[in-house]
Ligand binder design. Structure first.
Ligand SMILES: Cc1cc2nc3c(=O)[nH]c(=O)nc-3n(C[C@H](O)[C@H](O)[C@H](O)COP(=O)(O)OP(=O)(O)OC[C@H]3O[C@@H](n4cnc5c(N)ncnc54)[C@H](O)[C@@H]3O)c2cc1C
Length: 463
C-alpha cells in the first residue's frame, strides 16, 4: 500500500506529480537570496523522476547539474535530508582549492583534483564567485622532513601541477615574512573559496535547467516497487521507490547517491556490501585573533605524514579575511557532531562494532592519542604552530568551528584513499550508483567528479 503523498505546494522542475519534502527554492541561493522556482507540476497524486540524486552536498549538486545539462529532457530530482543544502562537509571545510600535489600519480584523486581545480577557477570566473589564488607553501621545519618534501615535489610534477618550485629559507621569508622553515614547496596555483557558495550556485544552475530540489527529505529506504501505485498513469516506468522517514515516497527509474557521512548506510539499502564503512573524524579549527592575521599571507601547510590522508594542521586564510588554524583529526562519536561532546548511540555502536577501526586504532595509537591531546590542550597545538610561526602564542588564538570528515575504512583497518563507486545486487543494483567515498579534495574536484559520474550514469543506465 503506497502512502498518500502530502502536496506541499510550489513547483519546480520537470518532476511528474506533487512533492513530499520541501522545495529548496526557499533555502537560499549562491547570492544568499532565494532563487525563483521554475518548471511545472503534472499531477499532485504522486511524484516521479527519471533520476533521483540523494544528497545535497557539493558532489550531489554538481552531479545533478552535470546530468541535467547533458540530458535536458530527463526529469531529475535532488533529495536532501536537511532543511538547507550543503550544510555538512561542504559547509564545514578549509575552503582550499587544492592543486593536486599530494595524490598518488595516476590515481583518480590526482587526476580529478588537477582537472577539478581548473574547472572550479573557470566556473567561479564565469559566475562571478569570489575566490583568491593566494598560493600555498608546504614547509619543512626539520631536516628529516626534507627527503619527504622533495618526494612530494616530484609527485606534484608527475601530477602536472602548475607553477611548482622548491624554495629555500630566504624565498620562504619573501612569501611569508613570519614563517620559518628550511625548505618549502611553493605552490602558487592553490586558492581559497567558499564551497557552500559554489554548491548553492550549482543548485541554482540545476534548478534553472529544470531540476527539482527537495529538502527535509531524509531517505530511509530504496526498494523495487512490487505493484503499480494506485491511479498511476506511469505504471512501472518508475520501478524504484525512494521512501523518507515520514513515510512519503518518490518513484524513479534510477538513483545516484552522494550521501557523504551516510554513504555506507545508504549503499546498504540496495544490498551493497557494508564495507567500506564510514568512520567520522572531527577536525577542530582555531582562529587567529584579527589583530594577528598579518602573520599569515597565504596557505601554510606542514609536510604531511604519508600514513594518513589528513594533511596536518595548517594555516588557511578565509574569504572573509579570517585565518583558520587546523584541523586536527579526532574520532567523532556522532557523524554530524560538530562539538567535542556530541554523541549518537547509533554512531557510537557502529564504531565499536567496526573491526577495521579496532585494527586502525591499535596500529596508530600514538597518533590518535596525540591528536586527542592537541584537541584538549590548546598549548599543544600552539607548540606545533610555533614551529612555523614562532611569534604565535596562546593569547593570539580562539577556539573556532569544526568539520567532520567522512572517512571510508576497510575491514583490514586501511583508510580508503580514493573515490569508491558501487551499485548493489539484483534488479535494484542495476539501477543505482552509489558514491561511497568522496574524501578531500572532493570539493575542489567536484566538477571533475560530476563529469565522471555523468559518464558512469550514461553508460550504466544506457541513457
Ligand atoms: C574538516 C574538513 C576540511 C576539508 N577541507 C577541504 C578543502 O580545503 N578542500 C577540499 O577540496 N575539500 C575539503 N574537504 C573535503 C570536502 O569538504 C568533502 O570531500 C566534500 O564536501 C564532500 O561533499 P559531499 O557532497 O560528498 O558530502 P556532504 O557535503 O557531506 O553532503 C552529503 C549530503 O548528503 C545528505 N544526506 C546524507 N544522508 C542522507 C539521506 N539519508 N537522505 C537525504 N540526504 C542525505 C547530507 O545531509 C549532506 O547534505 C574537507 C572536509 C572536511 C570535513
Amino acid at each position: 500500500m503506497v502512502p498518500v503523498l502530502r502536496y506541499l505546494g510550489g513547483a519546480c522542475g520537470r518532476a511528474r506529480g506533487g512533492f513530499p519534502g520541501s522545495f529548496s527554492g526557499v533555502c537560499g541561493s549562491a547570492s544568499g537570496r532565494p532563487w525563483p522556482l521554475c518548471g511545472g507540476v503534472r499531477s499532485a497524486s504522486s511524484s516521479s523522476f527519471d533520476i533521483v540524486i540523494v544528497g545535497g552536498g557539493i558532489v550531489g549538486l554538481a552531479s545533478a547539474r552535470a546530468l541535467i545539462l547533458r540530458h535536458p529532457a530527463l526529469s531529475i530530482g535532488v533529495l536532501e535530508k536537511e532543511k538547507d543544502l550543503a550544510t555538512h562537509q561542504t559547509g564545514h571545510n578549509s575552503g582550499v582549492i587544492h592543486s593536486g600535489i599530494y595524490y598518488k600519480p595516476e590515481s583518480l584523486k590526482a587526476k580529478l583534483c588537477v582537472q577539478g581545480a581548473d574547472l572550479i577557477y573557470e566556473y567561479c570566473n564565469k559566475k562571478g564567485i569570489s575566490y583568491k589564488q593566494c598560493g600555498k607553501l608546504i614547509v619543512a621545519v626539520e631536516q628529516e622532513e626534507i627527503p619527504r618534501l622533495r618526494a612530494l615535489y616530484e609527485r606534484g610534477l608527475q601530477n602536472g601541477v602548475q607553477g611548482l618550485r622548491l624554495i629555500q629559507q630566504e624565498d620562504i621569508k619573501k612569501k611569508e615574512p613570519y614563517c620559518r622553515g628550511l625548505m618549502a614547496i611553493d605552490c602558487p596555483y592553490t586558492g581559497i573559496v567558499n564551497y557552500r557558495q559554489v554548491a548553492l550556485s550549482f543548485a541554482q544552475d540545476f534548478q534553472e535547467a529544470g531540476g527539482s530540489v527537495l529538502t527535509n527529505f531524509e531517505v530511509k529506504d530504496i526498494e523495487m516497487a512490487r505493484e503499480s501505485p494506485p491511479r498511476s498513469i506511469d505504471g512501472m516506468k518508475y520501478p524504484i521507490m525512494v521512501k523518507n522517514t515520514k513515510g512519503e515516497e518518490i518513484q524513479c527509474q534510477y538513483v545516484v547517491t552522494c550521501a557523504g557521512l551516510h554513504s555506507d548506510r545508504i549503499s546498504e539499502l540496495s544490498g551493497c556490501n557494508p564495507d567500506p564503512q564510514i568512520v567520522p573524524f572531527r577536525g577542530d579549527y582555531l582562529l587567529l585573533k584579527p589583530e594577528k592575521c598579518y602573520l599569515v599571507k597565504g596557505n601554510i601547510y606542514p609536510v604531511p605524514d604519508s600514513r594518513f590522508p589528513f594533511l596536518g594542521v595548517h594555516f588557511t586564510p578565509r574569504m572573509d579575511g579570517n585565518i583558520w588554524l587546523g584541523p586536527n583529526a579526532v574520532l567523532a562519536f556522532k557523524r554530524e557532531g560538530y562539538r567535542p561532546f556530541d554523541f549518537s548511540a547509533r554512531d557510537a555502536k557502529d564504531l565499536i562494532a567496526n573491526s577495521g577501526l579496532i585494527k586502525l586504532i591499535s596500529q596508530n595509537l600514538s597518533y590518535g592519542v596525540s591528536e586527542m591531546y592537541k584537541a584538549c590542550f590548546l598549548s599543544a597545538t600552539v607548540k606545533h604552530l610555533q614551529k612555523f610561526i614562532p611569534e604565535i602564542n596562546i593569547t593570539d588564538i580562539l577556539r573556532g568551528p569544526a568539520g567532520v570528515r567522512a572517512q571510508a575504512l576497510d575491514r583490514d583497518g586501511n583508510l580508503v584513499d580514493d573515490f569508491v563507486f558501487d551499485g548493489g545486487v539484483g534488479d535494484i543494483g542495476s539501477r543505482i550508483l552509489h558514491v561511497r567515498n568522496a574524501p578531500s579534495p572532493a570539493a575542489t574536484s567536484s566538477l571533475a567528479i560530476s563529469g565522471m559520474i555523468a559518464d558512469e550514469v550514461q553508460q550504466r543506465f544506457e541513457l
